[in-house]
Design a protein around this ligand. Structure first.
Ligand SMILES: [Zn+2]
Ligand SMILES: [Zn+2]
Length: 339
């Protein structure tokens, strides 16, 4: 079947590409997905449907050939799927983690610059970070990234090379990317919320999740400080769910992974900076243990697992700050005066 696809463009004698028919590209996307579903059989009929004898369709032919090659070998125009699904995402997320995490770590170790200290969510904690605690953290996080994250990315690649729709040159539209991201966010919320609540079951908490909670006042790079089992089921699997369901393009995955990494660094940073999403909810979870299990707060609201948080001062501060004044300055702790 593949031989047929390869030889057909030459045999048809179609001319050079002068335009790209978007309608045909859409059909191509559909049939390339169908082809993967049907293990290639759909290609022959797809070629006929697309009307190969018409002039100016060579481009489409190349796309289909490329798609077929992608399907069979996992390669697309010289870009192999291992690079797209393992090397690029792993490098991207690791570099982001240590670059942005590094900025926060610099502030935690040096307590500089002084004018940013007022944005601490729990002032007086990790000022500075204890050396021994930090050493333990670095070893665990590096193991989780290279010893757990890399094999998991490889496992993810074996799924996505089958599920990702179309050849890599067919970029998704901005609307499609946005839609994929929304699905990814919602499925991550479901995956993370329930796996996280399960980890708080007394049997699992002691042997698995307690480690992550050693940091009652977290620092950015403590985001991946956890037991390897937690890292697989709570940190790595939930963000993949949306990509599986939506059969996302690798570029969408790179955008999504970058958002997820930056969000978890912010959530664990213990700094509530202006213009950035509020880290108050997850910070509150580290402090109190029994509230705020989710990522975006949707399931906590639904299950009522944020009642204590909503009644707290932290909830008043739980919004994006649009001024240079810190949330603590705007909403100072309420001191109960005894008569
Ligand atoms: Zn955490
Ligand atoms: Zn927890």
């Amino acid at each position: 079947m593949i031989m047929f696809v390869w030889s057909y463009p030459e045999a048809s004698g179609v001319g050079p590409v002068t335009w790209v028919d978007t309608d045909l590209l859409l059909k191509l996307e559909t049939c390339s997905g169908r082809a993967r579903h049907n293990h290639g059989e759909a290609y022959t009929s797809a070629l006929i449907e697309l009307g190969w004898s018409e002039a100016g369709k060579e481009h489409i032919a190349i796309e289909l050939v490329d798609c077929a090659r992608w399907y069979v070998t996992g390669e697309s125009s010289g870009k192999d799927s291992f690079t797209l699904w393992v090397i690029v995402p792993f490098t991207l997320t690791t570099v982001l983690y240590w670059t942005f995490g590094g900025f926060y770590l610099f502030m935690d170790i040096t307590e500089k610059p002084a004018f940013l200290r007022k944005y601490k969510v729990q002032p007086g904690t990790n000022e500075p970070v204890e050396d021994e605690k930090l050493r333990k953290l670095l070893i665990t996080v590096l193991f989780n990234q290279f010893g757990i994250g890399l094999p998991m990315a490889t496992l993810n690649w074996t799924v996505m090379r089958e599920r990702s729709l179309g050849p890599v040159e067919l970029y998704p539209t901005p609307i499609r990317i946005l839609f994929d991201l929304v699905v990814c966010l919602l499925l991550q919320e479901i995956g993370f919320y329930y796996s996280h609540r399960l980890l708080h079951h007394r049997l699992l908490y002691k042997i698995i999740h307690k480690k992550h909670h050693e940091w009652t006042s977290p620092i950015a790079i403590s985001a991946m400080y956890c037991h390897p089992i937690e890292h697989v089921f709570s940190n790595l699997m939930p963000p993949f769910l949306g990509l599986y369901v939506m059969r996302s393009h690798p570029a969408t995955a790179w955008i999504w992974f970058s958002i997820a990494i930056l969000a978890t660094l912010n959530d664990h940073s213990d700094y509530h900076f202006p213009l950035l999403p509020s880290p108050e909810a997850h910070d509150f979870h580290h402090l109190k243990f029994n509230n705020c299990f989710g990522v975006i707060g949707l399931l906590d609201w639904l299950h009522g697992t944020d009642k204590m948080f909503r009644a707290s001062r932290a909830f008043d501060r739980h919004k994006i700050s649009l001024t240079v004044a810190s949330q603590r300055e705007k909403f100072p702790d309420i001191v109960k005066k005894s008569l």
